[in-house]
Design a protein around this ligand. Structure first.
Ligand SMILES: Nc1ncnc2c1ncn2[C@@H]1O[C@H](COP(=O)(O)OP(=O)(O)OP(=O)(O)O)[C@@H](O)[C@H]1O
Length: 604
């Protein structure tokens, strides 16, 4: 199902986001477009002075001085107009990018991105083209509305003056207009098709660049540089072909528009010549006619260009909307919802940034009991996932999920935390239903480390705190058994860990991610298989430190008694667990203490 809101409504909402800026931009643009109208009148007077038809008694020198003054005023208008336009442009595309990102972040994190246009998923690299090209496209269109308005107003004024000079001559100007409108209407489908194809081709190229950069090592190890480059070349050639097609078509369209106008102008001049004195105008009026005709004709060509631009904008809105669709509903309206952006204002002043809400743990976030009833998630189009899972987790306990590879352990964690949208079942926190797990299971209530943790290219400290200012980082590092590693790093917490933490070993990466969890002292700690990158001793150290003693929380001055939910196969961890859940093919087949369920498990 598509969103029924028209592109004009969407553009109007964007205009209303910064009405003052839009108005300032429009007024300046009216000046920029309108000031050239004055020289037309001055030129008429100038020629009429020469033929003694002038009604003004201004000397040619005065008229020349006025011409210069108009020119200077226009330079000033263009300069200020550029400043407001740049601010306006940037604000428009920033709003779109902000909303697009906010919508993407609201999606369950473990679900791949896909669009309406293809069943295949969209890679992070491909998403760049939505943020760059599509946002720029809409930005062009919003600011284009006041440019076309400015041109339109003065074309209309010029037309009225031309009508007053000669009605028949002026009527000829409309003929190209009608022809152009028909041409544009005919070209609509083709413009959309070409634009969509060229955007898709760009997306494929940026997508591949993203994938290449994220797997440089894998490509080198496999010796696959040549095939990867060949694929890159192939996609670039494809993009080149489609871009040329798109641009050439748009250029042809524009040149048709402009040439139709010139042909129209020629016809009018021929008409005067062939009318054999039936049409008589003064030299000044003739000069004005020729000068103003270009006003009208340029407007016609700009209008054609603007209509073509709007068709392309429609495609951009559709593309961005389909990226953030919910249940098949394309939601482009959410992309234009007003949101504070905190950009510098036009005078370069910085806005006051809002305080970032820090996730303090308080009595409200305390966990007494977490319960899942009949939790179900199956991957779309498959019977893989988890079905009818029931589990109860008590405060301060360790619950371990175990099972063979592919049994559904990760899926269960993700469905519980809202990283996959559950298809059935309910989740209760202290007896109260959690309706939106994705926004609920965050610090200070809960923190999660996936099997492959995501680290950023900043410093170790930045990766652990993620902007959280109050946490006890030393304690978090010690709990994660990262202190010995830290001691060997010359830069300490300021060590830059490289893209995705590539300067850390697998185990260090996992423990840095665990420290990130501990720094918030969340109520519920969720680990997806710490064992996968840690040796038995280090993992044991983490567990024993975590439960050595309940840590004094200096901020809330209360005891931190974490509750753990973990995936593991290690007997040492299973023995520590208060409750073990054994999964087979997405279902719970056994539950209890190690001794109760040991016949169901074998160490992985
Ligand atoms: N995105 C997906 N689309 C379709 N099927 C999937 C997807 N992700 C996982 N599966 C399937 O769902 C089942 C459960 O996967 P899951 O990753 O939860 O297993 P697991 O027990 O965590 O495995 P492991 O021990 O390897 O981590 C598997 O059969 C897997 O192939």
């Amino acid at each position: 199902m598509k969103n029924s809101v028209s592109i004009w409504q969407l553009l109007w909402r964007m205009i209303l986001y910064t009405p003052k800026l839009y108005l300032a931009d429009t007024i300046l643009w009216l000046f920029i477009m309108g000031l050239p109208a004055i020289p037309g009148l001055l030129v008429r007077e100038f020629f009429n002075t020469l033929t003694n038809d002038s009604q003004l008694n201004a000397s040619p020198q005065t008229l020349v001085a006025l011409l210069l003054a108009t020119g200077l005023a226009r330079i000033l208008a263009i300069f200020t107009g550029r400043v407001t336009k740049t601010q306006h442009r940037f604000t428009m595309s920033s709003l779109l990018r902000h909303n697009l990102l906010a919508q993407l972040l609201q999606r369950p994190g473990a679900q791949p991105l896909s669009t309406n246009y293809k069943v295949a998923t969209v890679s992070p690299g491909e998403v760049l083209s939505y943020f760059r090209e599509d946002a720029n496209q809409v930005e062009d269109n919003v600011v284009g509305t006041n440019e076309i308005l400015g041109e339109g107003v003065f074309a209309l004024i010029a037309l009225v003056i031309l009508f007053s000079v000669n009605v028949w001559l002026t009527l000829f100007v409309f003929l190209p207009l009608v022809a152009i409108a028909i041409v544009i209407q005919r070209a609509e489908t083709r413009i959309k098709r070409y634009r969509r194809a060229s955007r898709q081709a760009t997306q494929n190229v940026t997508g591949l660049i993203g994938e290449i950069f994220s797997s440089v090592q894998a490509i080198q190890v496999a010796g696959a540089e040549q095939p990867v480059l060949a694929r890159f070349r192939q996609l670039n050639q494809q993009r080149q072909r489609l871009m040329v097609q798109d641009q050439v078509f748009t250029a042809i369209l524009n040149s048709i528009l402009q040439n139709l106008v010139s042909v129209g102008t020629g016809l009018i001049l021929l008409t005067i010549a062939l009318s054999r004195n039936a049409i008589t105008i003064s030299v000044g009026d003739f000069a004005l006619f020729v000068y103003y005709l270009s006003f009208v004709t340029e407007f016609i060509s700009s209008l054609g260009g603007f209509l073509a631009l709007s068709k392309q904008t429609k495609v951009s809105f559709e593309r961005m909307g389909s990226l953030v669709q919910k249940d098949g509903v394309v939601t482009a309206t959410n992309l234009v919802t007003p949101q504070p952006l905190y950009l510098d204002n036009i005078w370069g002043q910085k806005p006051k940034l809002p305080l970032v809400v820090q996730p303090y743990r308080d009595t409200q976030s305390y966990l007494n009991e977490l319960k899942a009833v009949n939790l179900t998630y199956l991957y779309p189009g498959t019977n893989q996932g988890v079905v009818d899972i029931n589990l109860t987790i008590q405060r301060g306990s360790i619950t371990v999920i175990t099972g063979r590879i592919g049994a559904g352990k990760t899926t269960l964690l993700r469905a519980l935390l809202g990283l996959l949208p559950k298809q059935g079942g309910k989740i209760y926190w202290n007896g109260k239903e959690v309706t939106d797990p994705a926004t609920f299971f965050i610090p200070p209530r809960s923190a999660y480390t996936p099997q492959v943790p995501q680290l950023f290219s900043g410093t170790l400290q930045e990766n652990i705190t993620l902007g959280w200012q109050q946490g006890n980082i030393e304690q978090a590092i010690a709990l994660a058994a990262f202190d010995r590693d830290l001691a060997t790093m010359p830069e300490g917490l300021e060590t830059i860990i490289g893209t995705k933490g590539m300067r850390l070993s697998g185990g260090q990466l996992q423990r840095a991610a665990a420290a990130r969890m501990f720094v918030h002292q969340p109520e519920l700690l969720v680990f997806d298989d710490l064992s996968s990158a840690l040796d038995i001793e280090t993992e044991q150290l983490v567990w024993s430190r975590l439960f050595a003693a309940s840590t004094q929380d200096k901020i809330a001055e209360s005891t931190w008694q974490p509750t753990c939910l973990a995936v593991s196969h290690r007997h040492a961890v299973l023995r520590r667990a208060d409750n073990i859940i054994v999964l087979t093919a997405g279902r719970v087949v056994a539950e209890g203490s190690f001794d109760e369920i040991k016949s169901f498990i074998k160490e992985g």
